[in-house]
Design a protein around this ligand. Structure first.
Ligand SMILES: NC(=O)CC[C@H](N)C(=O)O
Length: 410
């Protein structure tokens, strides 16, 4: 069988493709040339399964999505206390390119707006660090998070640098208040190169899944960020990731997220998933219109709001192959991530004997997890396997044998 998750993601993209509202960013001339119809979506679970749909090969510049990850690097290089001296953690409620300095301390309000992100870049490695090394620092870190070597798009970099007066003006202001200690031109140049790193949606979902995992890359199992830093970064994303729309976003969608002007959007749900989406047309806040709507769909369909209680994450999946049957067992409160693992196990199975799904130890299913488990059974059946279900508490609902053509066990 084939896991149905990419089909679902395809369906999400298809229903949103009609939406051609918004426009590509034009203050960076190179971005205005992007093909506005591109659209892609990728979800990586905390256990490292990646599911994607649409233009998954499309590379685009990371732009402001670099901010949370560069902020993480600054914290690891300088310590949280030092970083907090220079950059606050309050929502600004303003656009991404507002200066937004705290009136008492003159710090940028947070690290998700340009002023805070320029300050964070200027903190990398140490005072008076080599500007090239600062760029290397983020490029190497982002590559490890994504699990592949990333590169900088020089055209985008040059194009933005030529029109970077606004960021330069802010950097000079930060220098005046001693938030920046190095040359404003050098720091803005480095920050602009950081924003020009090319990524795909799969890179983004992997980077975010590492945050979701508290800093451990789900594929390599390498610890890349420390747990406290990951928590700090996710918190600031929740507070300020969507700029002036942050409150509306957190209450309605509930997935801490960060957008970039090239049309990327990254989101993270602790312990569960990292999500990457991309489509170049932007709404009036500078967030990708279609990517934003794709997140809204995922949140609604999959019960992915941060503040949806999970009743404790005790869900487990297991598979055991015996002579007469192969048994898939689920247990605990089953969420999307574990249901996705179940579907992976079913997809990988090469057995031809009967497949039994045992849900007798399940306490609850989220709606999406329940539907995924049933779909897995349906597809195994289509593959020609005899399918059995052990569901004494009817956790999968009242399964109608007209809809679901499989046998029940006692
Ligand atoms: N929102 C964004 O993606 C802005 C990033 C862009 N490089 C800038 O500094 O203006």
């Amino acid at each position: 069988m084939q896991t149905p998750i990419p089909d679902y993601l395809d369906e999400v993209l298809d229903t949103l493709r009609d939406d051609d509202s918004g426009a590509t960013a034009d203050y960076i001339p190179e971005l205005a040339n992007a093909n506005p119809d591109q659209f892609a979506l990728s979800v990586t679970t905390a256990t490292g399964g990646t599911y994607s749909a649409g233009d998954t090969d499309a590379e685009f510049s990371i732009q402001s999505i670099s901010k949370p990850f560069a902020y993480a690097a600054a914290i690891m290089d300088r310590g949280l206390d030092r970083v907090l001296e220079s950059i606050g953690v309050e929502p600004s409620g303003e656009a991404f390119n507002e200066l937004s300095l705290d009136p008492e301390t003159n710090r940028p309000k947070n690290s998700m707006i340009n002023a805070g992100a320029i300050a964070a870049h200027g903190l990398l490695l140490g005072e008076h660090a080599d500007p090239e090394e600062r760029v290397d620092r983020v490029l190497t870190l982002f590559s490890k998070l994504a699990g592949r070597q990333l590169r900088i798009d020089d055209k985008v970099f040059q194009s933005e640098l030529e029109t970077a007066d606004h960021n330069l003006a802010m950097a000079h202001m930060l220098k005046k208040y001693r938030i920046l200690t190095d040359d404003p031109h050098e720091v803005v140049t480095g920050y602009t190169r950081q924003c020009s790193i090319l990524v795909t949606v799969e890179d983004l979902s992997m980077m975010a899944a590492t945050l979701a995992n508290g800093g451990v890359q789900p594929r390599s199992r390498e610890r890349i960020l420390d747990a406290d830093t990951s928590r700090q970064v996710m918190s600031v994303m929740a507070v300020a990731g969507m700029y002036d729309g942050a409150g509306d976003w957190l209450t309605r969608v509930g997935i801490p997220a960060k957008s970039g002007v090239a049309g990327g959007l990254v989101g993270v749900l602790p312990d569960q998933v990292g999500i990457g989406a991309f489509s170049p047309r932007l709404d009036k806040h500078g967030n990708s219109q279609r990517a934003k709507r794709a997140f809204e769909r995922l949140s609604k369909d999959m019960g992915m709001h941060l503040f949806t209680p999970s009743n404790g994450r005790l869900d487990v999946v297991d598979v055991k192959l015996e002579t007469l049957k192969e048994t898939f067992t689920l247990q605990g409160n089953v969420h999307f991530t574990t249901a996705a693992e179940l579907l992976d196990l079913m997809e990988k199975s090469t057995a031809r004997n009967a497949a039994l799904l045992d849900v007798s130890s399940v306490n609850s299913f989220t709606d999406v997890a329940r539907r995924m488990a049933l779909e897995g059974l349906r597809r195994l059946k289509l593959d020609g396997r005899e399918v059995l279900l052990h569901d004494p508490w009817q956790m999968l609902g009242r399964v109608n044998s007209d809809d679901w053509d499989y046998q029940k066990t006692q």
